[in-house]
Design a binder for this molecule. Structure first.
Ligand code: 13P
Length: 254
């Protein structure tokens, strides 16, 4: 059975108290999950430290939603990859659609963050995906390839390097308009092919993100190039996240 990643991107949905309460409530739920399921929480930077401390003895991992590539210095408002690592983050999201489209993060900045994550040995979760206009213009594969090339081309990585790519079509995020699971799987296959051509001897997993719910999660997990899901809205409430976890556990038990 493949490892199934259920990654919860809490974006800016929850305050400090809300985040800690939800993380606490998840401890008991995650204990009931089969070992094939790997759960990681991506709380706001503010809540992350106390959650990481609280989850230290559990199987729930913690990750950052974003990080700056330089280590230390006069960069008001930024937090470096190394600083997140120091407080217990195992993962860092890089190039999330909201970073790219709301905060105008470029492919070059994504690349610098990817390099910083590999240098710090914190696992990057590199997000790629096309807008509706790009999809309608038949440019999905091209856009994803440009994003992957920018992130990974010519990197010199040790052969045991592991990382994660999340395919999150922009139009499917927060809209309820989830990508058809077969289409997501088709793009994942393409992502795997491109990534293998850019980097040999590395180990990566591919996640789908965009309006994942309890009702559709198993359809994504069924894809042979799909190793899990990156969940936004539905991961920020106990009942909806639990619904997804239960469906993933049923899938894993098959
Ligand atoms: P939603 O699940 O709310 O569509 O968000 C997906 C996402 O952006 C996860 O990173």
């Amino acid at each position: 059975m493949k490892t199934i990643h259920l990654f919860a991107n809490w974006k800016m949905y929850l305050g400090y108290d809300e985040s800690n309460i939800l993380a606490n409530a998840l401890i008991g739920e995650v204990r009931k999950m089969p070992p094939a399921i790997n759960i990681a929480l991506f709380p706001s930077a503010l809540s992350l430290y106390s959650i990481a401390l609280n989850l230290k003895e559990t199987d729930i991992a913690v990750g950052a939603q974003n990080a700056y590539w330089l280590d230390k210095g006069g960069y008001t408002g930024e937090v470096s990859v190394g600083m997140f690592k120091e407080v217990g983050c195992r993962y860092v999201l890089i190039g999330h659609s909201e970073r790219r489209h709301v905060f105008h993060e470029t492919n070059l900045e994504v690349r610098k963050k990817v390099e910083a994550a590999f240098a710090e040995k914190i696992m990057p979760v590199v997000c790629v995906g096309e807008t509706k206009e790009e999809r309608n213009a038949g440019k999905t594969e091209e856009v994803v390839e440009v994003q992957l090339r920018a992130a990974f081309e010519d990197l010199n990585l040790p052969s045991d390097t592991r990382f994660i790519i999340a395919y999150e079509p922009v139009w499917a995020i927060g809209t309820g308009d989830a990508c058809d699971p077969k289409e997501a799987e088709r793009i994942h296959k393409e992502i795997a092919k491109i990534t293998k051509s850019l980097l040999s001897d590395v180990n990566f997993s591919i996640l789908y993100g965009g309006s994942v719910r309890a009702e559709n999660v198993a359809d994504y997990l069924a894809g042979s190039h799909t190793d899990g899901v990156l969940i936004g809205n539905a991961s920020a409430k106990l009942d909806t996240f639990k619904g997804i976890m239960d469906k993933a556990a049923q899938f894993a038990a098959k």
